[in-house]
Design a protein around this ligand. Structure first.
Ligand code: ADP
Ligand code: MG
Length: 257
């Protein structure tokens, strides 16, 4: 579980995150949603330590990440897997070498053990035969799966994904969502996903945190989204066709009751 308390982030005099309180639960796909520019990426960067909060706390299963020493933070980072925007693979390394990279850096495993572990992770994302290929030779969806394999290779307790479906078609996005949801359950991770993809919200939104102009506007499940009367949330989700349809069916059913 990751708990955020009164998290504020300013850049000079511009307040980008304003006293955010939120809980992200273990074994669940926690989504952070909000329109472009609302503060999702800045929030995630504060959680993982790529940015320093101006004030407030971030607790990893009770451990306050903000007040940790540099050494403790480095140690904590090994419990985190990250997939940031763009697959961010190393183009000059093969797929297998990409997935092995965190093991080369941080594990005590010998070469054969590292290869085996990387191959197991590639199998988990359904890429058994891609190990010898280079990132430039595979599709965007496959690159994303390689990035997921690399993110889970050290068995993280916490998984962070910033817009994992950006640039992917809806079908491939669904594959990625199901994969992220599947590994979250399988390894009982606390997974946080930034998204503005409403298909993802409906598909895997177990705990959704809605950020509006740097403030937490709303939190709930995908079912709560449908019944919500929050105007800002409705404006965001009604912008999507899928949501309009779901909501219309719901309202029709209510009228018929
Ligand atoms: N390093 C920075 N310095 C100043 N402003 C920033 C910086 N990074 C992000 N911002 C601003 O913070 C706001 C939120 O950005 P971001 O978190 O990237 O939004 P989102 O991911 O929801 O699209 C934007 O107005 C952006 O311009
Ligand atoms: Mg962003």
């Amino acid at each position: 579980m990751i708990e955020v308390r009164q998290l504020t982030k300013s850049f000079e005099d511009k307040i980008v995150l304003n006293k955010i309180d939120a809980v992200f639960e273990t074994g669940k796909t926690n989504l952070i949603i909000g329109q472009s520019g609302s503060g999702k990426t800045v929030l995630m960067k504060n959680l993982v330590g790529l940015l320093e909060p101006t004030s407030g706390d971030v607790l990893y299963d009770g451990r306050n990440f903000v007040t940790m020493s540099k050494k403790e933070k480095v140690h904590m980072r090994r419990e985190m897997g990250m997939i940031f925007q763009g697959a961010a693979l190393f183009d000059s390394l093969s797929v297998l070498e990409n997935v092995m990279f965190p093991l080369d850096m941080f594990s005590n495993m010998n070469y054969n053990e590292r290869v085996k572990r990387a191959e197991d992770c590639l199998a988990r994302v359904n890429l058994v035969d891609a190990g010898n290929k280079y990132p430039g030779e595979i599709s965007g969806g496959m690159q994303k799966r390689v990035a997921i394999a690399r993110a889970i290779v050290l068995n993280p307790k916490y998984l962070f994904c910033d817009e994992p479906n950006s640039g992917l078609d809806p079908k491939t996005s669904l594959v990625i969502d199901e994969l992220l949801s599947g590994i979250t359950k399988e390894f009982n991770m606390t997974t946080i996903i930034n998204t503005h993809d409403m298909n993802s919200v409906m598909g895997i939104g177990e705990n959704i945190c809605f950020i509006y102009k740097g403030r937490k506007e709303w939190q709930g499940t995908k079912d709560d989204v449908i019944s919500s009367t929050n105007k800002k949330l409705n404006d965001l989700v009604f912008a999507s066709d899928l949501f309009r349809k779901v909501k219309e069916v719901e309202m029709e059913e209510e009228r018929n009751q």
